[in-house]
Structure formats: structure tokens, C-alpha cells
Write a new protein. Sequence first.
Length: 234
Amino acid sequence: MSQHTLRRTAAATTLAAVAVLAAAGAASAHVTVHPESYAKGATDGVLTFRVPNEEDKASTTKVQVFLPTDHPVLGVLVHPQDGWTAKVTTTKLKTPVKTDDGTITEAASEITFSGGRIGAGQYEDFDVAFGQLPDKAGQLSFKTLQTYSDAKVVRWIEESTGGDEPENPAPVLKLTAGDPAATPAPAENASTTTEASDTSDSTARGLGVAGLVVGVLGLAAAAFAIVRSRGARS
């Protein structure tokens, strides 16, 4: 093997390592909703929409979360967020929902957070309280638009079809069988659990990526060693 070929091989392996790291970072930077699941028909709970900033040279300046109206979330309230203004848009329901407190004919269809900034390498949690979740759906998809200071808009609206995760997945809340009357866990506990789960997942991904990179860099080091050895003998 010539020195030229070995140098090209070493360069290629180094680029591959960089690509692996870049792909790992991009894969975890989408908008999510926490907790990941609630009981069908659950009452008086909190959903947290986590929005990470994935741009190096622009800040997130607006977040629009669209709530489903075919299976509406009732009694939506937003938590005051420092530096942000929240606007809740309601719409008339095609099919009114009967509750113990009467018939509901309107529900929130969009929540827009604006006025604040999420910088590079940062994220923001937006808390939304609800009065009641639907009891006849298996999951809720919250399509989200993320607007940056450079006018770029990322559309987190793609829904999974059971295969690989789409490039821009919408946040999804799974609705499971359970006691809807059970008292939901306090928001801080749910947040702690979510963060612990996220940390565990991130650690696992990190170890996997690290192992891959070590192997790739090992090949590069071996290639350079051969080149230097041949150079010394010549």
C-alpha cells in the first residue's frame, strides 16, 4: 500500500468519525413532549414541550404548538414563562364534548410562544396544564413550528408510520389504559423522571458513538503509523 493511499485512508476515517458525531447530535435535537404518556381521560395534568435550539448562529424566537381538535385537549392553561408571551387560539369543535361540567363546544387549537430567545446549545421547557385528555384516542400528535431569528422555520409535523423515525417528527403523547381519576404526579417529579430517562438514553447513545469513534480513530492511527514506519525505513 502506497503512502498516498494510506494518507487518503486516514483522512477518510477521520471524516467518518466527525460525521458520526454530527449525526448523533442532530438525531437528539427535536421537539418533544413530556411525559411521554398519560392515561386516557386523565384530568388536571401538565404537559411540558421541550424545545432545543439546533442552530449555531441563530436563536429560536417563536414556537407554535398545534393541538388536535378531532380529539381535543380540554381546559388548556399556559404557565407564565420569563421573557415569553403565550397566546392560546381556540376553535369551535365539530363534535362537542360532554363532560361532568357540561358540554364543551370550543377547545384550544394552537399555542404560540413568542418574544423570548433560545440560544445555541440551549433549550426551553414550555408547561401547559390541561383539564382533561380525550378518552377515545390512542395517542395525540402535537405538530410544532419552530422559528429562528434568521427567519428559518423548522416544521416538526411528520408522524411515524411504524418504521424509522422521520426526520422532523411531531411530538407525540401516548394515551394508555389506566385510571383517569388518579392524581397525576407533581410536575417536578415528572420532570425529574423525564430528565433521568433522557440522561440514560443520552448516555447509552454517547457510549455507542464513543465506541464507534474509537474504532474509526484506531484505524486512522494505524494507517499513520504505517506511513511513518515506511518513511523512516526509506
